[in-house]
Design a protein around this ligand. Structure first.
Ligand SMILES: Cc1cc2nc3c(=O)[nH]c(=O)nc-3n(C[C@H](O)[C@H](O)[C@H](O)COP(=O)(O)O)c2cc1C
Ligand code: SF4
Length: 453
């Protein structure tokens, strides 16, 4: 247990929260990604059970588990599956979103690397539940090693006959799973842009309605779910809905991957019930870097409003985090200590969103460009009086006025950064961020080298 005090709220860490390794259970096993290792750990028993159940029973089971989408928004998974219209004899599809590009988010790629069969089994169960005999996994293109590992897992499961029958509208067809490598664009994680990209077009978000459940891939009914969502489905089948919903808080049930990065001693993935707190997670990560205090953190990636030490005890569930003024997002918990310039961090994030703006709508295309210009001069200590107000104005005009949520995501770090650290932004009129907060002091690589890690 760390004696470290991570912020001005005077906290000493209490006992760490309980971990609930399910998707991560076999990550440290020998060759955990192989079919043999997965089967030794009880893998594919969920699929065997699913084959004894009807599509309707499977949907009801997942509804009863209260599993919610792990791609950010937390939409109830079984409910989403139930939105598909009644079968009309033509195809329907499952698409898995493995684009994972939000800064700080790093749970789906490790899952693909360490336990790809959890996803393959989840794909098979879900395909049976929705009457699909063809499923697609859209993988972020740059992560070639994760793509290759997934290809192997699909190949091995197919070769072993696990996908031979039990799928499609009549529940008797073989299942074909296609792994598709994208070209590396954040917008292609947005589900409708993903569908455009998968169909061979440039990834631009689509107008809704029609929603993908009605007209998705190739204008056919389509379920789109995140890697972690689908990888959680086998556990629900083998251990039951009651087991799954026994974890978590009143409305955020189950377990999830909490990715802790930044200035903690041991960054990593912590699979825990919803409702664990950041204080407990920092404790599990070995505490803050020795000699430093927590300055700020984000609960769900760069697109979620900034928290400070005061929010360390907020239960990390969808409702409590919203109640405290942020979003749980993808549980990408980035921790920044007292050496960090907020201006520098927000500037990097703003560069990212400007670069990734797809250009389809004016507020985001132009606004991200303007915000980037202003952030660059504030970071350099060359800001102009009124720049902070201008940033607030631009962010307010992007947020809620853009075609898709990327615009809101770009506006959030600016608005919440200024709200919490206005004076640091105003200091950018005269003083470079690097002078106020020398980057070398924030470098994790240097501090690890110093401590011999
Ligand atoms: C700009 C943007 C990027 C997104 N990137 C991802 C992503 O990489 N992975 C993901 O699962 N969801 C991403 N989403 C959310 C998806 O649109 C969609 O809600 C999610 O895949 C649904 O899966 P779930 O119900 O299992 O959470 C993104 C949304 C937006 C607006
Ligand atoms: S908000 Fe940005 S990413 Fe989304 S459609 Fe508009 S320009 Fe494209």
């Amino acid at each position: 247990m760390s004696e470290q005090t991570p912020g001005s709220a005077e906290p000493t860490f209490t006992a760490p929260g309980t971990l609930t390794p399910v998707v991560t259970d076999m990550w440290d096993k020998q060759r955990s990604w192989t079919l043999d290792a997965y089967r030794d750990a009880g893998g594919y028993q969920g699929l065997a059970r699913a084959k004894t159940m009807s599509a309707g029973e499977l949907v009801d089971l997942v509804k009863a588990s209260n599993l919610r989408g792990r791609g950010g928004a937390g939409f109830p998974t079984g409910l989403k599956w139930s939105f598909l219209p009644a079968p009309d004899g033509l195809p329907r599809y499952l698409v898995v979103n493995a684009d994972e590009s939000e800064p700080g988010t790093c749970k789906d790629m490790p899952t693909l690397m360490a336990n790809p069969h959890a996803l393959v089994e989840g794909v098979a169960i879900t395909s049976r539940a929705i009457g699909a005999d063809r499923a697609f996994v859209y993988v972020r293109g740059e992560v070639a090693h994760a793509y290759r590992r997934l290809l192997h897992a699909i190949h091995d499961a197919t070769d072993a006959g696990l996908l031979d029958d039990g799928f499609g509208l009549d529940g008797q067809q073989p299942l074909k799973i296609v792994a598709h490598a994208g070209a590396g664009a954040y917008i292609c994680g947005e589900e409708t842009a993903l569908l455009d990209s998968l169909e061979g077009r440039r990834g631009h978000p689509r107008l809704r309605p029609p929603f993908p459940a009605v007209q998705g891939l190739y204008a056919r009914p389509t379920v789109i779910n995140n890697v972690e969502t689908i990888s959680s489905v086998p556990g629900v089948l083998t251990r039951g809905a009651a087991w799954y919903s026994s974890m978590g808080t009143e409305r955020s049930k189950g377990h999830g991957l909490f990715s802790v990065t930044g200035h903690v001693v041991n960054p990593g993935q912590f699979e825990a019930p919803f409702g664990i707190t950041m204080r407990e997670l920092i404790e599990l990560a070995g505490g803050m870097r020795p000699g430093h205090k927590l300055k700020f953190w984000v609960p769900g990636g760069s697109s979620t409003p900034i928290f400070g030490p005061e929010e360390l005890d907020v239960p990390l569930d969808y409702e409590s985090v919203i109640g405290a003024g942020s979003l749980l997002g993808t549980r990408a918990l980035q921790v920044f200590d007292d050496t960090v310039s907020v201006v520098r961090v927000v500037s990097r994030w703003t560069e990212f969103y400007q670069h990734e703006s797809c250009g389809k709508c004016t507020p985001c295309r132009e606004g991200t460009y303007w915000m980037r210009q202003i952030m660059t001069r504030l970071e350099a200590g060359q800001g102009r009086p009124g720049d902070v107000e201008k940033l607030e104005d631009i962010a307010a005009n992007i947020s809620g006025r853009s075609f898709c949520a990327l615009g809101d995501a770009a506006a959030t770090p600016i608005a919440s950064g200024i709200k919490r650290f206005r004076s640091e932004f105003e200091a950018g009129y005269t003083t470079p961020a690097a002078e106020l907060f020398p980057p070398a002091a924030s470098s994790i690589v240097n501090s690890q080298a110093q401590s011999g890690r």
